[in-house]
Ligand binder design. Structure first.
Ligand SMILES: *Cc1c(COP(=O)(O)O)cnc(C)c1O
Length: 292
């Protein structure tokens, strides 16, 4: 009998967030008051200004055509302005920015865009589920970097076998970390960029939580490190920062070859984020710049 489920799927492991949702429903149906530690869906709405921008945009007939998968020039320009304002990093909206239908979109497709079956990629353990799932989808061999408390939940780059570092196409990390909430310091990012340069690696940084810090701490962008843009890309999502998880919008910025590769792959797969959502995204970034 033919199986109408690919072997690839059986290697994906559990989709932990749907499993958690099921457990939650089971308990809730017994009348238990549940504290939800599952997927980090915002429990507040976006700002009034973001909702208004979306409201106005959905009235414009021209937003109902196909958008483009790389994002509108206006959205990419807003991203460039925001990176300059927030991190003092200059980005070229033409070559160094791609819009995403949520960073999940980019994280799930990046391995397919930049690596080939049999290549190696290094991902954190524990890490956000799509990091290793995307490698399964792309046929890329994972090398798990253990994140241990005694090392401040940072990987020990010196412990990575030379042969793995040489074979690897990219290394992916995420600080502030989900699920560990650990943060990385500038010296660590400097070490990471030097490591990437030594082994000719693409350094991928998921910065989903850059705006979720407190007590005066402001997470940094890896692109602030001198020369990082030559080898690093960074993901940012509007889901958590601006309570927009349901209107899918995010972006990847940095190393132009990797940006181009992801744009090419995505232009074959999707036709982009609804333009009204891109308008709302621009409003969110602009409002943030006015208030910080
Ligand atoms: C929530 C989350 C994402 C996915 O965000 P979307 O932009 O909504 O797809 C990616 N990375 C981490 C670490 C997250 O916590």
């Amino acid at each position: 009998m033919k199986q109408f489920q690919s072997k690839r799927l059986s290697h994906l492991g559990s989709a932990i967030f749907s499993e958690m949702a099921q457990w939650k429903e089971e308990v809730r149906s017994r009348g238990v008051d549940v504290i939800d530690l599952g997927i980090g869906s915002p429990d507040r709405p976006p700002s009034e200004r973001v909702i208004k921008a979306m409201e106005e945009a959905v009235r414009k007939p021209e937003v109902y055509g196909y958008p483009t998968s790389e994002g509108s020039p206006a959205f990419r320009q807003a991203v460039a302005r925001w990176y300059q304002h927030r991190f003092q990093v200059a980005l070229d909206p033409e070559k160094e920015i791609v819009a995403l239908m949520g960073s999940q979109d980019g994280l799930s497709h990046l391995a397919m865009a930049v690596a080939d079956p049999g290549d190696v990629a290094m991902v954190p353990d524990p890490g956000y589920p799509i990091y290793s799932a995307s490698l399964v989808l792309a046929g890329v061999e994972p090398y798990f970097l253990p994140l241990r408390e005694e090392n401040g939940f940072l990987p020990k780059l010196d412990d990575i076998p030379e042969e793995i570092a040489r074979r690897a196409k990219f290394i992916l990390l995420n600080y502030p970390s989900n699920p560990l909430s650990a943060v990385a310091t500038r010296p660590f990012f400097e070490e990471l960029i030097a490591f990437g340069k030594k082994y000719d690696l693409l350094v991928v940084h998921d910065l989903a939580y850059s705006e979720m810090a407190f007590d005066g701490f402001r997470p940094m962008s890896i692109l602030e490190i001198e020369g990082a843009k030559e080898i690093a890309v960074e993901f940012h999502s509007l889901s958590k920062s601006f309570n927009m998880a349901g209107c899918r919008i995010a972006f990847m910025v940095g190393q132009p070859d990797a940006v181009r590769a992801l744009r090419i792959l995505k232009s074959n797969i999707d036709y982009g984020v609804f333009l009204a959502v891109q308008e709302a995204g621009i409003a969110a970034l602009e409002e943030d710049m006015e208030h910080s």
